[in-house]
Design a protein around this ligand. Structure first.
Ligand SMILES: C[S@@+](CC[C@H](N)C(=O)[O-])C[C@H]1O[C@@H](n2cnc3c(N)ncnc32)[C@H](O)[C@@H]1O
Length: 226
């Protein structure tokens, strides 16, 4: 197993990888130089069209909460940015249905969709985001799974093309370090890992890790500034 738990039973990430993955640069070069042709799944196409229809009615800056899970963060971000429209996107209907708190704010929408396709559809429609949050993505800590991490995935150039302020958080420092290095390779020479200390927990994962006194890390990059 590549994960173990603390005394409180909270998982901490362990990996057979000790630093930046040796093939990260090769993956980035490959993805920069070749088109990503995977067909768009029907269900994400439909979810995107439903969101796009609503967006035309709002005409306000757009924020993505990418991989929003139970959408706690979507609610929090919508309250933080009341003049923006926040779209929480997750592929897991089960997670989205756990969102049983009070109704979402009026400036928040939820889409059950695959981010790989949703980001590409947004790019095809020339959307430019105000912000894009990727909070506690699945870490895929086994070295052999590096290509599943967002920064080594073929969709990474598309993610960058959506613009805005891109903010990633994780409790696995190597993931954030790799994300920052991938941004540097992509022209954002100042991208870096920082320690993140939450005042309030934005997500259930953040709450769990913070209460377990795990270190949290973030990489925040304005994609309009290299
Ligand atoms: C570790 S959970 C974190 C959830 C939430 N951001 C939080 O911090 O509580 C990662 C989430 O990303 C979602 N996810 C992973 N890959 C995805 C993809 N390709 N498209 C949409 N959602 C995805 C999973 O369903 C899961 O809810």
């Amino acid at each position: 197993m590549s994960r173990r738990s603390t005394e409180q039973g909270v998982r901490i990430v362990t990996s057979n990888q000790e630093g930046i993955h040796e093939s990260l640069e090769d993956e980035l070069i490959k993805h920069r130089n070749s088109a990503f042709r995977k067909p768009i799944a029907d269900h994400t196409q439909k979810a995107f069209e439903a969101i796009a229809n609503q967006i035309t009615q709002h005409n306000v800056p757009i924020i993505f909460d990418s991989g929003c899970g139970t959408a706690h963060s979507t609610r929090h971000i919508a309250n933080l940015y009341p003049d923006s429209l926040v779209i929480g996107i997750d592929r897991s209907q089960v997670r989205l249905e756990k969102n049983h708190e009070e109704a979402l704010p009026e400036n928040a929408l939820i889409a059950q969709a695959d981010l790989v396709d949703f980001w590409r559809l947004a790019h095809q429609e020339n959307w430019q985001l105000q912000r894009n949050f990727i909070l506690y993505p699945n870490p895929y800590p086994k070295s052999i799974h590096v290509k599943r991490r967002w920064h080594a995935h073929p969709v990474f150039p598309t993610l960058l093309s959506l613009g805005g302020i891109l903010e990633l958080r994780s409790n696995w420092k190597i993931y954030v370090d790799e994300f920052a290095v991938a941004l540097q390779y992509s022209g954002y020479s100042h991208a870096k890992t920082q320690i993140y200390t939450p005042d309030v927990a934005w997500t259930l994962f953040e709450k769990k890790y913070h209460e377990d006194e795990q270190m949290l890390y973030q990489c925040k990059q304005d994609l309009c500034q290299s």
